[in-house]
Design a protein around this ligand. Structure first.
Ligand code: FAD
Length: 465
């Protein structure tokens, strides 16, 4: 073909989607090349997403819990923060995981090419590496080029206006920080900076934080941050940010009229946009829609049957666990297996404190679609385990089809909600009904009992809470 090298299976982008596809295809016996422009494998998730954010959230939560102990008879001195130490804990976690990926790639004889890849034809890609241009021809390719933060065009080009990557870099602890966007990423980063000492303002356009989750699940977090943060502004938009030597002056427009406030940093967390337009997909004849998403079928094939796309670049929800499952399908289909992406549901989790986790049908969705649901909710104020953690604000809610009693949705708020939700996800995938959950013996005293108890509430076997 005249190319510098040939891959039976070529993967563009080494995030959770890309490295999973590469490893699965190698395990199935294909000769695999993985192209990545960054020094480290792991993509957004491992380097500037899921993992560093969770390491910092752990530090924030431990600080809060230590302070909360004063209500239980144990007091510590006020914390002192060594920012270099916090940063190196986070970098250490990331380094272990990304280093582990190098080892896994080596073990599978996956060829890693460092550079930016762009298609040069239906079966060839051109990679700009530090040593010059390389071409790789391929039989099958997977586009796993991910997404990047959305920028707001009216914000000034100023080093004090940052995105999630800038926030995770933890350059300093601003005295006052504005977080634009009350979604999961904004709220997680707000929690980190609040614990480290920043005064936080959150501004959200919609009438609730995390608008895609049910209001009852979000309220416990809302109550907590309303108390702790300087301001939580709903139904409000930022119309202007002016950079001055002293700070960033933001103009807000909301229910309280138009007003200004000054900040040391502005974190923009208003969503992510797909990188589909950056890989010259048209040179391979692959369709990219006007937003930059690449349309695929249930086998993760693009309009070119030998080219697949997976992960953030194929659409919402932009979550690592979705990318990983799509990746396996793409690799298996390229090997001639009849795999399809057939998940009934994809769970979502905000790793705030309390955590908010939900899956499947929400109550708001049921209402807007006119779907009848039967609900069972168990308040954690009645959970011995929750109270012994010093927490009473959580809730476990299950939604069932009233006819079949099958579980169709779940929402959990409280410490470890994300881990607890996994049982509900499995229940939905398995077609479990309320009785299955209620009759399953959950260990006592655990937070997991609240799932069995919520099912009992829906069955009417517990009524008096
Ligand atoms: P990415 O991880 O975006 O990887 C794409 C890779 O492709 C990158 O390494 C990029 O450098 C490379 N690339 C792109 N174009 C080219 C090119 N032309 N040539 C070579 N390389 C290229 N998800 C969760 O499930 N749980 C969480 O807790 C969570 N937390 C998050 C927190 C933050 C702050 C952010 C920003 C995101 C978070 N996410 C979370 C989302 C998650 O990171 C993404 O869904 C996931 O990384 C998507 O994986 P991917 O493989 O599609 O792409």
């Amino acid at each position: 073909s005249g190319a510098d090298s040939h891959a039976e299976f070529l993967v563009l982008g080494a995030g959770p989607g890309g490295y999973t596809a590469a490893f699965r295809a190698a395990d199935l016996g294909l000769k695999v090349t993985l192209i990545e422009r960054w020094d480290r494998l792991g993509g957004v998730c491992l380097n500037v997403g899921c993992i560093p954010s969770k390491a910092l959230l752990h530090v924030a939560k431990a600080m809060d819990e230590a302070q909360a102990l004063s209500a239980h008879g144990v007091s510590f001195a006020a914390p002192t923060v060594d920012l270099d130490g916090v940063r190196s804990f986070k970098d250490g976690v990331v380094g272990k995981l990304t280093g582990g990926l190098n080892g896994l790639a080596r073990k599978r004889k996956v060829t890693v090419v460092r550079g930016t890849g762009r298609f040069a034809g239906p079966n060839v890609i051109r990679v700009e590496t530090a040593e010059g241009t390389q071409t790789v021809s391929f039989d099958h390719a997977v586009i796993a080029c991910g997404s990047e933060p959305v920028r707001l065009p009216f914000l000034p080009d100023d080093s004090r206006v940052i995105d999630s990557t800038g926030a995770l870099a933890l350059a300093d602890i601003p005295e006052r920080m504005l977080v634009v966007g009350g979604g999961i990423i904004g709220l997680e980063m707000a929690q980190v900076y609040d614990a480290l000492g920043s005064k936080i303002t959150i501004v959200e356009l919609m009438d609730q934080i995390i608008p895609e989750a049910d209001r009852d699940l979000v309220m416990p977090l809302m109550k907590r941050i309303e108390k702790r943060y300087e301001r939580v502004l709903l139904k409000t938009k930022v119309t202007k940010v002016e950079a001055t030597d002293a700070g960033l002056v933001a103009t807000f427009d909301g229910p309280n009229g138009i007003f200004e406030a000054e900040f040391d940093k502005v974190l923009v967390a208003v969503g992510r946009k797909p990188n589909g337009a950056l890989v010259a997909a048209d040179a391979a004849g692959v369709t990219v829609d006007e937003r930059g998403f690449i349309p695929v079928d249930t086998q993760m094939r693009t309009n070119q049957p030998h080219i697949f796309a997976i992960g953030d670049v194929v659409g919402q929800p932009m979550l690592a666990h979705k990318a990983v499952h799509e990746a396996k399908v793409a690799a298996e289909v390229a090997c001639g297996e009849k795999s399809v992406f057939d998940a009934r549901v994809i769970p979502s989790v905000a790793y705030t404190d309390p955590e908010i986790a939900w899956v499947g049908m929400t109550e708001a969705e049921a209402k807007s679609k006119g779907v009848k649901v039967r609900k069972g909710a168990f308040p954690w104020a009645a959970s011995g385990r929750s109270l012994s953690l010093g927490r009473d604000e959580g809730v476990t809610k299950l939604l069932f089809d009233p006819d079949t009693k099958r579980i169709i949705g779940a929402g959990i708020t409280g410490p470890n909600a994300g881990d607890l939700l996994a049982e509900a996800v499995l229940a939905i995938e398995m077609g479990a009904d309320a009785e299955d959950l209620a009759l399953t013996i959950h260990p006592h005293p655990t937070l997991s009992e609240t799932l069995g108890l919520a099912a009992e509430v829906s069955e009417g076997t517990i009524t008096d809470l």
